[in-house]
Design a protein around this ligand. Structure first.
Ligand code: URP
Ligand code: ZN
Ligand code: ZN
Length: 472
């Protein structure tokens, strides 16, 4: 099957050009200047499928390196399966996800990874890879890290939060980082001081402060900044690279930026919720409504200026990636577990469908350039996690994961409008985007077009990943 995407402006992290994109089977084979006849006078006539991209941007498919499909958490499980979650991703122009397999204390890492393979295999609409969460770092888990690297799981998430569930102590973190230093893998850190947070939570509950807003008030920026600093020091000590996930506090990013100025291999990720939403407006909404936006790290106070600073850090390059941390829970029977006790609200926001749109609105609003949009949503995540060349770019040899994005289109986000995630609400209800995902291709197959979903479960394949290409 040959496909020609004709008449668009092809965007990359480094520039833009008018070009037609020729696809043979699953791969891009050529970018052809409009009017060029080197490959024949009538390329459109010769191609079996022609996608008209006139007046539109042609961008590499989105790479979301932080999702939690079916994650068991807080006495329930994230409501998107790999089938529903990757279909929603496809609708929003994300053609690769990297999800987190979970290991807890006493569990064999290899068994946990096998369980995640079983959940995903045959169900995904788009390609997928895995990171491995290590919730119980012991001798076996450390050995397993080497084995997993050989199987294309080249990044490991550790937690400084959630004592008794996922938290690793500093000695465990040190040992995992030493191992990562040896085997070339990347440590991803949930940087919040969970021990301190647990005390603040118990004290708030004892005072009768039970509403959702207290989730944010008991996780103040100091707990994120302190943990980020500690993680950086441990990375410095071991020489291991570090990737700090879902950063929301400007002070934590400032600490990361200072370490980067010193030449340390430390990287930061943020998510659309930390750029647009706030403690006052969303988490602090009346009654129990704020539960919708309970996630960790928490939404921060707009009065403290975090959101604007984070946009600045995206421009300066100190934040490298925007992922979603897609971790959806319904209000009914899931978030509702925390009525009367905010600490029982399952942590997470669903957003895998909206990242490209929300960040494109950042282009419209003048926060970032078109090229930076592509870099943050596709190219850098692919490069950070060993997928670049195949994903994250439109060039000969790359997988033909392509989004045709219409800058003259419009997207109204919300339930009953654009909402394909398996949730009974949208954390992004009412957001209006001055742009629209028009057509999506995954490995050469059109999976979204004309407001229709044309994909299928099982089209998405497992992606064994190489080591981070930022560090090699
Ligand atoms: O609130 C969040 N972020 N839920 C997902 C689990 C995690 O820590 O990433
Ligand atoms: Zn986390
Ligand atoms: Zn997460």
């Amino acid at each position: 099957m040959t496909t020609l995407i004709r008449g668009g402006t092809v965007l990359s992290a480094s520039g833009r050009c008018r070009a037609d994109v020729l696809i043979d089977g699953e791969r891009v084979v050529a970018l052809v200047a409009p009017g060029d006849t080197t490959l024949g006078v009538d390329l459109a006539g010769a191609a079996e499928v022609v996608v008209d991209a006139t007046g539109k941007y042609v961008v590499p498919g989105g790479v979301d390196v932080h999702t939690h499909m079916e994650l068991p958490f807080g006495g329930t499980a994230a409501s998107d399966t790999f089938e529903t979650g990757t279909r929603a991703a496809a609708w929003g122009g994300t053609t690769t996800i990297v999800d987190f397999a979970v290991q807890r204390t006493g569990e064999r890492v290899q068994d946990c990874l096998a369980a995640w393979h079983a959940k995903a295999a045959g169900n995904c609409a788009v390609d997928y890879g895995f990171h491995q969460i290590l919730g119980g770092v012991d001798e076996d888990a450390l050995k397993a890290m080497d084995e997993l690297v050989g199987e294309g799981i080249t990044s490991f998430k550790l937690f400084m939060a959630y004592p008794g569930v996922f938290l690793s102590d500093d000695g465990q973190i040190l040992r995992a980082m030493q191992r990562a230093r040896e085997n070339g893998s990347l440590v991803m850190m949930h940087a919040e001081n969970g021990t301190v947070i647990d005390v603040l939570v118990q004290q708030a509950l004892a005072r009768g402060e039970t509403a959702p807003v207290n989730h944010g008030l008991t996780r103040p920026w100091e707990t994120e900044e302190e943990a980020t600093h500690r993680a950086i020091m441990l990375a410095r000590l071991t020489g291991a690279p570090l990737y700090v996930v879902h950063m929301s506090a400007k002070q934590a990013v400032a600490t990361l930026a200072a370490a980067r100025r010193e030449g340390l291999n430390v990287f930061g990720e943020t998510c659309p919720q930390y750029l647009y939403l706030s403690l006052e407006e969303q988490l602090g909404a009346p009654g129990f409504q704020g539960a919708t936006w309970v996630c960790s790290t928490p939404l921060r106070a707009r009065s403290e200026g975090h959101q604007d600073q984070l946009w600045g850090y995206l421009r300066s390059g100190d934040l490298s990636v925007v992922s979603t941390d897609h971790c959806p829970f319904c209000l009914k029977e899931q978030k509702e577990l925390g009525i009367g006790d905010f600490s029982k609200i399952p942590n997470g926001i669903g957003g895998v469908e909206h990242r490209l749109d929300l960040l494109y609105q950042g282009v419209v609003d003048g926060h970032i350039s078109l090229e930076r949009w592509v870099e943050l949503c596709s190219t850098t995540p692919a490069r950070m996690f060993g997928l670049y060349g195949r994903k994250g770019v439109i060039e000969p040899g790359a997988d033909a994961d392509v989004v045709v994005y219409d800058p003259n289109g419009h997207t109204s986000i919300g339930v009953g409008k654009t909402h394909h995630m398996n949730m009974d609400h949208s954390a992004w209800e009412g957001f209006e985007i001055q742009g629209k995902v028009d057509t999506v291709l995954s490995r050469g197959s059109v999976i979204v077009q004309d407001n229709q979903y044309r994909g299928r479960p099982g089209h998405g394949r497992f992606l064994p990943r190489g080591l981070s290409q930022y560090l090699g």
